[in-house]
Each structure stands twice: as structure tokens, then as C-alpha cells.
Design a protein around this ligand. Structure first.
Ligand SMILES: [Cu+2]
Length: 195
């Protein structure tokens, strides 16, 4: 009788284990997204990833993946080789192949990440970095229907903040990143509804 009960408890725990493991992971895990480098094109040409994801360029010929803004340079890669780098920070990152020029170009888009809800409030995160770094960020918002952006954070080292502007509206939010003398383009906008 006792051992039967114990077995049932153990079976229950065994069922719980994967669930607890899932909860311990927290929010979505960073993933690696692939760009295929053909002759002479990047596919997909524009790739939108989540803050913290990595991008892997998989080469099918002799090319480079080179940031137009100076953030990275794979150097010359040949068929069968790859180059991977993380995208920790929000922004838009155009790149090209130095061998074939701007005819062979692409773009990585990293939007700001919003978590929460319209009623409970939003936490906006524009970088997955932890610890100290010299990376700085600008964040702007714009009411849907308005034509002008408002600077919300300028040159901040913070990577996230609570977004609670006065007024129940929908807002566009975008961010860009400064690493040393290199500045990304503005990220694609996300829409955040505040009630
Ligand atoms: Cu090329």
C-alpha cells in the first residue's frame, strides 16, 4: 500500500520535472538563425531576429559578411564555411559582401522586445547584455498617428525600462545602438498599446 502510494508520488514528480525545467529556463531561449550566402545573394535578404539571437551565415561560395556600419566582418569565407555572431542589441544592421559590393547586400533587424500587457504595463528591452559594457542606446517612441518621434532614452547604458507614458494610446517604439564609434540604424518599430 505504502509503496504503491510512493510510486504514485514519484510518477507525479516525474511528470512535473519537465515542466519545472521549462519554467526554470524563463522567457524564450536565444536561437540561431541562418542566412544562406549564395552567388551572389543573401537569403533571406532581410532577417528579423529577437534581441539576443545569433545569426549564422552559411557560405555556398566565396564571399564575406561585412557590416556596412563597422560592427563585424567575417573576412573571406569559402563554400562550406560559416560565420556566426550574436545580435544582443536592438537596431537595424545593413551588411554586404566586400568582394561583390553593394550589389550583394542584406540586413539584420533587431526590434525592441516588449513583455507585459496593456493593462499591467510594459517592460521594454532593447539589449540582452548583462554585466558592464560600454555599449549605449537611444530609444524613441511616437504615438500612432503622430509624425514626430520623442526621445525617451539618449545614450543610456540601461538595457530595459518600464514604459508607461501618460495617455491611453498605441505607441511605436524603436531603438538604436552605439558600440564605440559605430552606430546602428533605427530598429524596426514595434507597437505598444497603453491603456
Ligand atoms: Cu560576394
Amino acid at each position: 500500500m505504502t509503496s504503491f502510494r510512493a510510486a504514485r508520488v514519484l510518477a507525479g514528480l516525474a511528470l512535473l520535472a519537465p515542466l519545472m525545467a521549462l519554467l526554470a529556463q524563463g522567457p524564450a531561449q536565444a536561437t540561431t538563425r541562418t542566412v544562406t550566402v549564395g552567388d551572389d545573394f543573401f537569403t533571406p535578404k532581410t532577417l528579423k531576429v529577437v534581441v539576443g539571437d545569433s545569426v549564422k551565415w552559411s557560405f555556398e561560395g566565396t564571399h564575406t559578411s561585412t557590416s556596412t556600419q563597422g560592427f563585424w566582418n567575417s573576412g573571406t569565407k569559402n563554400a562550406g564555411q560559416s560565420y556566426t555572431r550574436p545580435f544582443a542589441d536592438a537596431g537595424t544592421y545593413p551588411y554586404y559582401c566586400t568582394i561583390h559590393g553593394m550589389m550583394m547586400s542584406g540586413s539584420i533587424q533587431v526590434p525592441v522586445k516588449a513583455s507585459g500587457s496593456a493593462s499591467s504595463g510594459w517592460t521594454l528591452r532593447w539589449s540582452s547584455r548583462t554585466g558592464t559594457s560600454s555599449v549605449r542606446y537611444d530609444v524613441q517612441y511616437k504615438r500612432v498617428g503622430s509624425s514626430t518621434w520623442t526621445s525617451w532614452r539618449t545614450g543610456t547604458a540601461s538595457r530595459s525600462a518600464t514604459f508607461n507614458p501618460s495617455g491611453a494610446h498605441s505607441y511605436y517604439v524603436h531603438a538604436r545602438t552605439h558600440v564605440g564609434s559605430h552606430t546602428s540604424s533605427w530598429s524596426p518599430s514595434i507597437t505598444v498599446k497603453v491603456t
